[in-house]
Design a protein around this ligand. Sequence first.
Ligand code: NZQ
Ligand code: ZN
Length: 383
Amino acid sequence: MNNFEFCNPVKVVFGKGSIARLSALIPEGSKVLMVYGGGSIKKNGIYGQVTKALEGFEVTEFPGIEANPHYETCMKAVEVVKEKKIDFLLAVGGGSVIDATKFIAVSVGFEGDPWDILSKGGEIKSALPLGTVLTLAATGSEMNERSVISRVSTREKLNFASPLVFPKFSVLDPEVTYSLPARQVANGVVDSFIHVVEQYLTYPVNAKVQDAFSEGLMRVIHEEGLKVLDNPNDYDIRANLMWAATNALNVWIGQGVPQDWSSHRMGYSLTAQFGLDHAQTLAILLPGVMTYMFKEKQAKLARMGEVVFGIADGTEEEKARKTIAACEDFFSRMGLKTRLGECGITEKDLDTLAAPVDKQGWKLGEHHNIDSRVAREIMALRL
Ligand code: NZQ
Ligand code: ZN
């Protein structure tokens, strides 16, 4: 196991009716900016629950955060924060609203163009405090220090991380996910499953605690994920998926182990240039990474197959091959596509799709050996 320093300061309030706890979680006297998305919270009762819980606070609303949140929209929110002298941000939504809120939090006090935080690793010295009410189980953003933002004008999607944007608290009521469309439920299952895979599926470093946690999470997400579309109002399924998704990316299972975020990073351009949902990009690319890096990942692929998919027969290599097929089958059963061609992407698009890997100077994968040439070859496997 590799050395690590670990701290996750996020307070989680989990369960039915927990939105009512907001008034006790936000510091008294705060001037709150309530950040939310395109209006789903007004149709499913979440807006009413939140505004009731915020009675007594001075609240300004900032709706209209897009899926794959736009830098341009965040900058408008920064103006509102300054004008209204906001001192606490409350995100009510999925990963997009939470990520936007994190970016707003660090942009307010940033000297210079906040896009530099994403494109040049601009140093973050301050952030407004924020809390979240999660409405979609997927990204883990509610309990981590990451954020992913898109710039419409340049068709770029980039991320940043800072301990200053760990939420002060996150409210997780599984019942609020009943209203999600099937596509978003499936996206959440696939995204959270692949978060675990990208921290697990590298090479063994004898990190037994992290491996056992990861294997447990993958099993739960696989089992419950296959049930949830037919049982959308089953509280236990929703609760297990929500808590699993949070744990899949709350910086816990990735401590002391090599990680491989190549599917995520390569996927950014599929979203920025072709508008594919985040999870959809991963369902296509992950089997490509597994196939291209087969030798490097064979030992853990085989073990993953045994523990997660019950693959008992064959040599290590055969089990590893079956695991890749089982992953593709899982993503298909969730309703996601697994080939670029199914999304209208062809060979002629690959150069542009792979280009950001070099532009950002990324060397992806646990061995840092995926540059834009290799990224293109991986994408070519998925046409
Ligand atoms: O905008 P509204 O109207 O609220 O509708 C949203 C949105 O259209 C809807 N929705 C959310 N909760 C709902 C609901 N509809 C009905 N009932 C509810 N309870 O769902 C749609 C998708 O929401 P979004 O927030 O975009 O989805 P998700 O949570 O999957 O977030 C995706 C974003 O997170 C980033 C992705 O790149 C993408 O931009 N990620 C963030 C990460 C992080 N911060 O750690 C890691 C992830 O790997 C990921 O990259
Ligand atoms: Zn993801």
